[in-house]
Ligand binder design. Structure first.
Ligand code: ATP
Ligand code: MG
Length: 230
């Protein structure tokens, strides 16, 4: 089990292929210290999502190991891994129910106060209060009544409440107005603080405040460094 994890993540000489003899990742070595934020960038098909798939154990590597705090994630129960590694996907998952329930999905036993504190911390509180029934406003599965930016903030609140040590974020590509964009960037800082994070980043503003930028090309790490180094 992964009990009190710190959040060091290591990809140790990883080789992975979805189909035989067509490697999607070749010899990936990546050492991430607890609390660091990593931006994964690269062209379509370069292997960004595949790295995430291995970290979530949606697939296991063909060669090499993924370690969290030095422990092979294959030796950990799936429940334990899920509670410590959180994902915010690009197409944010909203289900039919209240805004409150949607945020609480991060941690089912959270109190109303905890839900609201999480929403406040990621700049979602104001837009929620402007909805007809505030936190009790019902939203639909496709979340159509909410803008892309609002959905993103909602998913941040959910992730903050879940409080995983390792956070994976597939940043939305949809265009978002400048004001919301600023709110999201601010919220992102709050969300990432103190946890290890892997971000499939599409915005330069996001890439800029990551500690390490990993550039992938055809399943290989071409370069890495911080924004000033690259
Ligand atoms: P994008 O920016 O388009 O999301 P990506 O960097 O996330 O691209 P991956 O999805 O990791 O790229 O894909 C890496 C390689 O693995 C590509 O060659 C892709 O075609 C292949 N691939 C990805 N998923 C599968 C799958 N489920 N089955 C077979 N091949 C796959
Ligand atoms: Mg992808």
């Amino acid at each position: 089990r992964l009990q009190e994890i710190r959040g060091d993540v290591t990809f140790e000489d990883i080789v992975f292929e979805y189909e035989k003899d067509r490697p999607a990742l070749k010899n990936i070595r990546l050492d991430v210290k607890a609390g660091q934020s990593i931006a994964l960038v690269g062209h379509t098909g370069s292997g960004k999502s595949t790295i995430i798939n291995l970290l979530c154990r949606f697939y296991d590597p063909v060669q090499g190991r993924v370690l969290i705090d030095g422990q092979d994630i294959r030796d950990v129960t799936v429940e334990s891994l899920r509670s410590q590694v959180g994902i915010v996907l690009q197409d944010t998952f909203i289900f039919s129910g209240s805004i409150r329930d949607n945020i609480r999905f991060g941690r089912l036993n959270a109190t109303d106060e905890e839900v609201e504190l999480a929403a406040q911390a990621v700049n979602a509180h104001d837009f929620i209060l402007s909805l007809p029934d505030g936190y009790d406003t019902q939203v639909q599965e496709r979340g159509n009544s909410l803008s892309m930016g609002q959905r993103q903030l909602l998913s941040f609140a959910r992730a903050l409440l879940a409080d995983p040590r390792v956070l994976i974020l597939d940043e939305a590509t949809a265009s978002i107005d400048t004001e919301t964009e600023l709110k999201i960037q601010e919220a992102l800082k709050t969300l990432l603080f103190g946890r290890t994070s892997f971000i499939i980043a599409h915005r330069l503003s996001t890439i800029r405040h990551c500690d390490n930028i990993v550039v992938l090309d055809h399943g290989v790490i071409m370069e890495q460094g911080d924004h000033d180094e690259l």
